[in-house]
Design a protein around this ligand. Structure first.
Ligand code: SF4
Length: 431
């Protein structure tokens, strides 16, 4: 699982006017006949502004000069919802000492601020196509997700029963490595910083789960993924989050690091679908999967968004602290591809089905891009591949000298070339 990516320019979406929700129309019609009763005022959501924050993610004394150039951060607001279900409307703005501005974890709420700060024409073009004016209600142009049929037929119950057995067996150690914790959620939001195909013009409704079956030394989400951040919630809460994101206009529900909560995810999906959830599910993972659980997701997940982080097991062990990364991840990606195939997009270039694989370029090519590119090309030359140049030595990366620095332009160009030489149409970083 990778963090939100750099904003890239692309053609504007072709969204029509959002229709008025039929339920809302009905409520209005009733209201005109009944005496007007002023509803109790909903509790105001708290907005906490904390800016600027200058705490670097790498201890400043150990950061290289290049790191220091982008360590000044502004963390915007966090909007706290009721009942500890945190809607995180924030993100980071990074101000380079050279005058560049970059954004990460950008959410829809932050777009007006980002627009005022953007220095790059491509950033601005991308920000301008985002629908900050969405009036509320589900995206009417997104086709109905495949899980709806499974819920209607009752097949989803059989899948849940199978997944429970698979979790109890834990053949691949995925659940054990993630700590076998009860469902915990680190937050949710309308994420506009992902690839254009995922965030579209209305944002990807993203749920951040606590814990992860990997332990990457450079994890950008280590506070949630590795330090047990987040709050315990029921599957009903998760279903509510999914429905809330759909109501905010999200193109999809994106599950960040969901593999160890697959049982709870499918249970929540069933509850939410029975109450009207219908947008596609995006399964965003670090690549290590319980392959039996993955088989049970056929017809449930519409879009798979796995990382292929490492091209050798040695790299997987050193930087991801997992054994057998290559064999497991290759098998997982082949299974995902079998289920949903190449990426399909709608008229707005928003993903409706398929696989997109991400690879984060690391310094000195320690991740070994060539075997990754060759493997992905063997799956399909038309596979959607997103090569990311957002490497930052976060978390414990400063302890490993060879990765404790920024990427050079040369390294980025070389990595993109490796994927293109393998025959893939790489959706590279700004290239
Ligand atoms: S530990 Fe690795 S796979 Fe897990 S969230 Fe962090 S970077 Fe992603």
């Amino acid at each position: 699982m990778m963090k939100g990516v750099e904003l890239r320019a692309s053609s504007p979406g072709t969204l029509g006017e959002a229709p008025v929700c039929p339920a809302l129309k009905k409520a209005c019609a009733v209201e005109t006949q009944a005496p007007v009763v002023t509803p109790p005022r909903a509790p105001r959501k708290k907005k906490r502004f904390v800016m600027p924050e200058s705490t670097p993610r790498v201890p400043f004394a150990q950061a290289t000069q290049a790191d220091r150039q982008s360590l000044i951060q502004i963390r915007t607001f966090v909007e706290e919802s009721k009942e500890e279900l945190t809607y995180n409307g924030g993100g980071d703005v990074r101000l380079g000492l050279d005058g560049t501005v970059s954004f990460s974890d950008l959410t829809m709420e932050m777009v007006p601020l980002a627009l005022g700060m953007a220095t790059d024409a491509r950033q601005k073009a991308r920000l301008l196509e985002l629908r900050t004016d969405w009036p509320g209600g589900a995206d009417p142009l997104m086709p109905e997700a495949s899980y709806v049929r499974l819920v209607k037929s009752g097949e989803i119950d059989r899948r849940i029963a199978e997944l429970e057995k698979i979790r109890a067996k834990d053949e691949f150690g995925i659940f054990r490595r993630a700590g076998n914790r009860p469902l915990a959620i680190g937050g949710y939001n309308l994420n506009v910083g992902e690839e254009r195909e995922i965030s579209g013009t209305q944002g990807s409704g993203t749920v951040y789960f606590s814990g992860c079956s990997m332990k990457c030394s450079f994890c950008q989400y280590n506070d949630i993924a590795q330090r047990k951040g987040g709050v315990e919630h029921s599957v009903n809460d998760l279903a509510r989050v999914m429905l809330d994101l759909q109501e905010r206009g999200a193109h999809n529900i994106q599950l960040m690091t969901p593999s160890h909560y697959v049982v709870e995810v499918v249970k929540a999906l069933k509850i939410a679908a029975e109450q009207g959830l219908r947008i596609p599910l995006v399964y965003n993972t670090g690549g290590m999967e319980d392959l039996r659980a993955l088989e049970q997701l056929e017809g449930i997940v519409d879009v798979y968004l796995p990382d292929m982080k490492f091209g050798t097991d040695e790299a997987g062990l050193r930087y991801g602290r997992v054994e057998g990364y290559v064999e497991n991840t290759q098998a997982a990606i082949r299974e995902m591809f079998r289920q949903v195939g190449n990426l399909k997009v709608d008229d707005r270039q928003v993903a409706t089905k398929g696989v997109m694989v991400r690879h984060l370029i690391m310094p000195d090519d320690v991740a070994k891009a060539r075997p990754i590119a060759q493997f992905l090309a063997s799956v399909s030359k038309d596979l959607a591949v997103s090569v990311l140049d957002q490497w930052t030595p976060t978390h414990l990366a400063y302890q490993t000298p060879e990765i404790n620095r920024k990427l050079t332009e040369k390294e980025i160009d070389r990595a993109v070339r490796v994927f293109r030489t393998a025959g893939l149409h790489v959706d590279g970083p700004g290239r």
